[in-house]
Design a protein around this ligand. Structure first.
Ligand code: ZN
Length: 70
C-alpha cells in the first residue's frame, strides 16, 4: 500500500491582483498598520504614513469634538 506518488500539479496559481480604486487617503492594503496616536489601536493607515494616524473610533470622536465646537 505504498502509493505516495507526489501528484504535484504545480504551484503556478496566479491570483489576480485587485488594484485599489483610489478613493480617499492612502490606506494600507494589509499589515503592518500604523497605530493610533491616541489609543495605540491599529489604524487603516500604513506604518509608513506620514502624519497623525487615528483609528476609526478616535477619528470619529475627533470629528464629533470638532463638530461641537461651533
Ligand atoms: Zn484610537
Amino acid at each position: 500500500m505504498a502509493d505516495d506518488n507526489g501528484t504535484d500539479t504545480g504551484g503556478g496559481y496566479c491570483a489576480p491582483g485587485t488594484a485599489p480604486a483610489g478613493d480617499g487617503p492612502a490606506t494600507a492594503d494589509g499589515p503592518p498598520f500604523a497605530e493610533c496616536v491616541l489609543c495605540r489601536e491599529p489604524t487603516e493607515y500604513p506604518e509608513s504614513y506620514k502624519g497623525i494616524t487615528l483609528c476609526p473610533v478616535c477619528a470619529w470622536q475627533e470629528a464629533q469634538r470638532t463638530a461641537c465646537s461651533g
